[in-house]
Design a protein around this ligand. Structure first.
Ligand code: VGL
Ligand code: ZN
Length: 207
C-alpha cells in the first residue's frame, strides 16, 4: 500500500507569502495531478502559535536568517509564518484538498520547531503520522511539497528511519536555498539515506 504526503503547501510558502519559497506555486499543479494515482493522501500543515520560538520577532534584536537556540537545538530564525488560523497558514487556494484523509499539524509547541511531519526537531514527540500510515498498511510513501531543504527533507528522512520505502517526487518540490546549493545538498542527503528520487511522470498507477 502506498500513500502520498503533501508537505506544507500553504500560502505563506508561496510567492507573496511571509516565507516565500521561490517558484513554490509550481508544486500545486503537480500535487493535484499525482493525487489521481493514490488511494491514500495525507497532508502536513506548518501550524505555529503567534509566539513560536522559530520566529525572529520572538527574539529581540534578531533578524530572520540568523541562528538562535530553541528547545536546546540550533534554530534558524524565520519571518513570522503559518500562524494558526491565518490565511498564510491555509492550504494554497488552488490545491485540491477534497481527498486528503487527514491533516497533520506541526510546529504547535512554541518551544520547539518541527520540520518533519512525523516528529519535532528533537524527536521528542510524534505527530501521529507514522502510526496513522502503519495502521493503514502503508509500506511506501511518496512526498512532494515545500520546502525541499527543510520540511520535505526532514519528513523524508524520518519516513526512511521509520522503515517506509520513501520516494521523493522531485518535480513536485521547491526549496528555500537560503545558501546557494542547499536544495541540491538536501536531495543528496535524502539519496544517501536511501530515499528514492523520482519524477511525477514516472509514478506507478493504481494502489
Ligand atoms: C518550513 C521553514 C520554517 C517548511 C517550515 O515547510 O519547509 N521551513 N517552517
Ligand atoms: Zn515553520
Amino acid at each position: 500500500m502506498k500513500a502520498l504526503i503533501l508537505v506544507d503547501i500553504q500560502n505563506d510558502f508561496l510567492p507573496g507569502g511571509a516565507l516565500p519559497v521561490p517558484q513554490g506555486d509550481e508544486v500545486i499543479p503537480v500535487a493535484n495531478r499525482v493525487q489521481r494515482e493514490f488511494e491514500l493522501i495525507v497532508a502536513t500543515q506548518d501550524w505555529h502559535p503567534a509566539n513560536h520560538g522559530s520566529f525572529a520577532a520572538c527574539h529581540p534584536g534578531r533578524k530572520p536568517g540568523q541562528m538562535a537556540q530553541l528547545g536546546g537545538l540550533p534554530q534558524i530564525l524565520w519571518p513570522t509564518h503559518c500562524v494558526q488560523g491565518t490565511d498564510g497558514a491555509a492550504f494554497a487556494a488552488d490545491l485540491e484538498t477534497k481527498r486528503i484523509a487527514r491533516v497533520f499539524p506541526k510546529g504547535t509547541d512554541p518551544e520547539i520547531d518541527s520540520y518533519s511531519g512525523f516528529f519535532d526537531n528533537g524527536h521528542r514527540k510524534a505527530t501521529g503520522l507514522g502510526d496513522f500510515l502503519r495502521g493503514r498498511g502503508v509500506t511506501d510513501v511518496y512526498l512532494l511539497g515545500l520546502a525541499t531543504d527543510y520540511c520535505v527533507k526532514a519528513t523524508a528522512l524520518d519516513a526512511r528511519q521509520l522503515g517506509f520505502t520513501t520516494h521523493l517526487i522531485l518535480d513536485g518540490c521547491r526549496g528555500v536555498n537560503l545558501n546557494p546549493g542547499d536544495v541540491d545538498r538536501a536531495v543528496d542527503d535524502m539519496r544517501a539515506a536511501g530515499v528514492q528520487v523520482t519524477a511525477s511522470r514516472a509514478l506507478p498507477t493504481g494502489t
